[in-house]
Design a protein around this ligand. Structure first.
Ligand SMILES: C[C@H](O)[C@H](O)[C@@H](O)C(=O)CO
Ligand SMILES: [Mn+2]
Length: 413
């Protein structure tokens, strides 16, 4: 009997069909973020420090310096991640000989990405870039007291929605356009309300034109604090939860954007009662929003378990948001994305009816015994079978591939 056949029998003993779990996992597209490949630098003529409190640390060799290098790295990464997925592109990753400012970007500045995505069978998601720009140096953009600066960023936001809609139409899959702004203050503000009113009306202006939801979906992302905006973030969780609920946008929950002791998995069932769809930025905050590459850690397993237990997979867009320049960037993409998939597989392999039955009967002894014994089941054999069917390597063969690719890019200047 093969390892998979014996694992299949072990799960069947608990009433779980491994074939069903594998089929469901195949259908879950992860939105892989472009910015892990180049340390959040982007390809604008004048790219500099990321700003907005975002900073990749490390100088591991092999950073992608051009769109072609980034696409080559992504081709490799996607070839080692089982399944069909999406690329999450920030506006500052335009691919053009022109140098449009943020308020002048157009669809044509991104067509090489769309052509590549189409050829690769990938979906695209998009983000306006409200940081790494002189007009964001005050750490205020859409909430800036200066109407001229607000108008500049409103125009940027409007254009990204048009570009996202066209990307979605071209690829036949709705493009999620996620708005995150760094706006805040280093020290205690006097007039929080005025800043939040400005952010609200700027967002309203950006979202004023209706777009076909078959082509694009709007999302808004909150944050607790960032470097340089320790005292006050205009777009807090409460601000965006209310905004998304009122305006019918997706709510983005970034796992690094809350207090480190908060359980982000616990928030899913709460916000799902108020918003139709959720966007996740799966990340690993190490004491703060450090954006470490995700592990198969309790937080990630809990997030996946909630998505399955609450039946939220159909209305949750799973995006990743981590970056680490101290390790191979392609290895970070591949291992991080596979960790998300492994967490989902583990959740899909749980005998959910049995677990819920124990809980509903208030039989907490049974729930406790079940959850702990289930941890010993052979999840690895099911994962290996899934990878074999999707023609991607596991274990030492994967590590050899990751090493080989890293060696091939290490000479980049
Ligand atoms: C690139 C950023 O990580 C991204 O735009 C945003 O999602 C964020 O999380 C900022 O902290
Ligand atoms: Mn994020």
């Amino acid at each position: 009997m093969s390892q998979y056949e014996s694992a299949r029998a072990a799960f069947a003993d608990w009433g779980v069909e491994t074939e069903t779990a594998i089929e469901r996992l195949k259908d879950i597209a992860i939105s892989v973020h472009c910015w892990q490949g180049d340390d959040v630098v982007g390809f604008e003529a004048k790219s500099g420090a990321s700003g907005g409190g975002i900073q990749a640390t490390g100088n591991y060799p092999g950073r992608a310096r051009t769109p072609d290098e980034l696409r080559a790295d992504l081709d490799f990464a996607f070839s080692r991640i089982p399944g069909r997925h999406r690329l999450n592109l920030h506006a500052m990753y335009m691919d053009t000989d022109e140098s449009p400012d943020r308020d002048a970007i157009e669809y044509r500045h991104f067509t090489p990405w769309v052509d590549w995505a189409r050829d690769s069978g990938l979906g695209l998601d998009f983000n306006p870039t409200f940081f790494a720009h002189a007009k964001a140096d005050d750490n205020l953009t859409l909430a800036h007291p200066d109407a001229g600066i607000r108008d500049f960023w409103i125009e940027h936001g409007r254009r990204t929605r048009e570009i996202a809609a066209r990307m979605g139409a071209e690829l036949g899959s709705p493009c999620v356009n996620n708005i995150w702004v760094p706006d805040g203050m280093k020290d205690h503000p006097i007039d929080r309300m005025a800043a939040r009113q400005r952010l609200q009306s700027s967002l309203d202006a950006i979202l004023a034109d209706p777009q076909d939801r078959a082509n694009m979906l709007d999302a808004v992302e909150s944050k607790l604090f960032g470097i340089g905006v320790e005292a006050f973030t205009v777009g807090s969780h409460e601000f965006y939860l209310g905004y998304a609920t009122r305006r019918g946008t997706l709510l983005c929950l970034d796992m690094g954007h809350f207090h480190p002791t908060e359980n982000i998995a616990d928030k899913l069932s709460s916000v799902a009662l108020s918003v139709d769809e959720i966007l996740l930025h799966v990340s690993r905050p190490m004491r703060w929003d450090s954006d470490h590459v995700i592990l198969q850690s309790d937080d990630i397993l809990a997030m996946a378990q909630e998505l399955v237990a609450c039946d939220l997979l159909g209305r949750t867009h799973i995006g990743l948001d981590f970056f680490d320049a101290t390790i191979s960037r392609t290895a970070a993409w591949v291992i991080g994305t596979r960790n998300m998939q492994k967490a989902l597989l583990r959740a899909l392999l749980l005998p959910m009816d049995t677990l819920k039955g124990a809980e509903n009967a208030l039989d907490f002894s049974r729930r406790f015994m079940l959850t702990e014994e289930l941890k010993d089941l052979p999840y690895g054999a099911v994962w290996a079978e899934f990878c074999a069917r999707m023609e991607v390597p596991v274990g030492q063969a994967l590590i050899a591939d990751l090493d080989r690719y890293q060696d091939s890019v290490a000479g980049r200047g």
